[in-house]
Structures are given as C-alpha cells and as structure tokens.
Design a protein around this ligand. Structure first.
Ligand code: UDP
Ligand code: MG
Length: 329
C-alpha cells in the first residue's frame, strides 16, 4: 500500500457521494496503491448508510465507525493508527479541501519531506468569527512554539506513516500535528492549497474553539519544551520564588534593625513565608514531573528521541527497538 487517505466524517450525509467522486477521480490518476479510510465520528444524520454503500461498492474504501461522537482529533488519530499506506493524506470530509492538491503534496513527500501541510491562503469561511480568530491563534501559536506557520487548521496534509503513528493526539491536538511532528524531527513544508466554501451540511465549530486551541497551546508548549525535563521549568520558578522570599525576609529583618518596624506586623514577612512554601511546591512538582517522564519513557516503544536511519546494524533486537529508522538496503 502506498497511500492512505484519512477522512473524518461527522454528519456529512450530502457530501459523502460527492467526496467519493472527487477522491476517485484523483486516486485513479495517482498510479499508486491506495486506500480510503473514512472515520465516522458518531454521525446521526444517516451518513452511516452511505458509508456502508461506499464500502460495498469499492473495496479500497474502509470505514471505521465510532460508538459516539469523540471529535475530529480522535477520528484522525484512529485513521492514522489504522492506515497501512507509506504516506497518509488527511483531509476534511466536507469538500472544503480539494483532492486535486494531493498530487502536488505527494510529490513533495517524494522529494524528501516527511510532512507537507496545507495553507488555505484564500480561505472561504466567514471573516469575523472564523478567519480572524484563526489568524490570531496561528500568530500566537507560531510565536510561542517558534514554528513558522500560517494555517494550522488546514486538515489537508500528507505525512509519512511512521511519523504519523508516533504522534499522540488528544483534545484539539490534531491542529498541532506539524508542530508535534517537527519536534520529533520531521522535515515539514507548508504549501498553499485550494479551499472551497461549504456547500452542504454545517460547520461543527464556532468561536469557542479558539479558546480550547489556546488552552491546548499551553499543553503543547509544555510537551515541546519541558516534558522530558520538567525540573527546568518548575525548578526555575522555584528558584525565583526562593529568591523573592529571601529578599522579603532580608527586607523584614533590615526594617526591624534599622527602622524598628515590628516584624510580625510587616507584610513582607508574610510574603517571605508564602514564597518559601510556594518554592517547596514548585520543586516538588518538578521532581514529580521528572519521575513521571521516566515512567513514560520506560515503555519500549517510547523514546525521547527518534532515529532516522541505521547503518550496518544487523541484529533484529536493535532494529525492533527503532521501527521508525530506515535501514541501508
Ligand atoms: N468532524 C468530525 N468530528 C467532529 C467535528 C468535525 O469528524 O466532532 C469532521 C467533519 O465531518 C469534517 C471535518 O471534521 O470532515 C472538519 O469539520 P468542519 O468542516 O466542521 O470544520 P471547519 O472546516 O468548519 O473548520
Ligand atoms: Mg469544513
């Protein structure tokens, strides 16, 4: 299998037949082995029957049905885990992405990129409640993670399967796929893709999504910068609070000696006490984080580094430890 197309589907009844037509039109010209994974994220509008129909008609179409609606991230994650193609293409099921871009994206993968993500430069959505918040969120995320990006919300992406399957996506985290993959050493490229207005069905999101994305950003920043060594974050804050507490204490004593200010009546003493307690808590949090990182990375399939290539390694033991690594032929 060369290419897996993964599409999350939630109440896209009218779009499904059109999506299939569009996809088949492109797949037939790809000259690669293809499968289409449609992940039904608990649709309630009759999409199910249409999915069954498509799966019956074409055995390249595989359908995963969730028990209930878990959200787009879960749907994408399931598709990524089940895909068998060397390259996975993800796209929306509402015809807003254009499968005609797939050719170009696969070419980029062939050129050596690990992940190619779309930029809906000419995005066809409402400005005030969709494009503006999205632009602000993208700008903020780009600043915080130092990853140059214009459009994280574009589902149209092509990604090598080994990298896709290393990602752990929760919450709204499918938007951070390029950033998470980049942190694992993926060579990423942003390309301008087409975008169409939604013709059928409704968008599942509103302005509230922006808030959830920003909260996820805090998590992602932590994962990127401090997950493997939490003491670097909590220890630094702990040291700062210790310093503050010591300054406050020195201030209290100094005011007692030189100005005869009553120590117990001096609010600085309170600051010193609170500062010390907070510092102890930050250090403890750092230690707990260090311990949990060690437990997390003890799993055989989890490393805090990723290997691109192994040369001259013969033993099955080594190669099994790094399934992601290419081996010299
Ligand atoms: N989707 C999903 N589960 C959800 C919400 C959305 O699988 O809980 C799918 C939806 O069917 C579509 C894609 O995710 O294929 C993008 O959703 P939508 O078009 O509503 O997002 P927008 O393009 O408005 O950002
Ligand atoms: Mg859409």
């Amino acid at each position: 299998m060369d290419v897996s197309i993964v599409v999350p589907i939630y109440n896209e009844y009218e779009n499904l037949p059109l999506l299939y037509e569009q996809l088949v039109g492109v797949l037939d010209t790809l000259e690669r082995g293809c499968e289409v994974l449609l992940v039904d994220d608990g649709s309630t509008d009759g999409s199910e029957a249409r999915l069954r129909e498509l799966a019956r008609r074409d055995d390249r179409v595989k359908v995963v049905r969730f028990r209930r609606n878990y959200g787009q991230t879960a749907a994408l994650q399931a598709g990524l885990q089940l895909a068998e193609g060397d390259v996975i293409v993800t796209m929306d099921g509402d015809l807003q992405n254009d499968p005609r871009d797939i050719h170009m994206m696969l070419d980029k993968i062939d050129q050596g990129y690990d992940l190619v993500h779309g930029w809906r430069k000419d995005r066809q959505d409402a400005w005030l409640n969709r494009r503006l918040p999205s632009q602000l969120a993208n700008w903020l995320i780009s600043r915080v993670t130092r990853f140059p990006i214009h459009d994280l919300g574009c589902t149209l992406k092509a990604i090598r399967r080994d990298i896709a399957q290393e990602l752990e996506l929760y919450g709204e985290m499918h938007r951070f796929i390029p950033i998470l993959a980049h942190a694992r050493g993926a060579r990423c490229l942003e390309v301008v893709t087409r975008h169409h207005a939604r013709q059928h069905g409704q968008t599942k999101y509103g302005i509230s999504r922006t808030i959830r994305v920003v909260l996820d950003l805090i998590t992602v920043k932590y994962l990127l910068s401090y997950f493997a060594s939490p003491m670097k974050l909590f220890g630094a804050v702990g040291l700062a609070t210790t310093l503050l507490a010591l300054l406050a204490l020195a201030g209290t004593v100094g005011m007692k000696i030189f100005r005869s200010v009553d120590m117990t009546g001096n609010p600085l003493l309170l600051l010193a006490a609170c500062g010390m307690v907070a510092a102890i808590q930050f250090f403890s949090l750092g230690l707990l984080g260090e311990v949990s990182a060690r437990i997390y990375f003890r799993g055989a399939d989890r490393q805090h580094y990723a290997v691109r290539e192994l040369l001259n390694f013969e033993s099955a033991h080594t190669t099994a430890r790094f399934p992601e690594a290419r081996r010299a032929a």
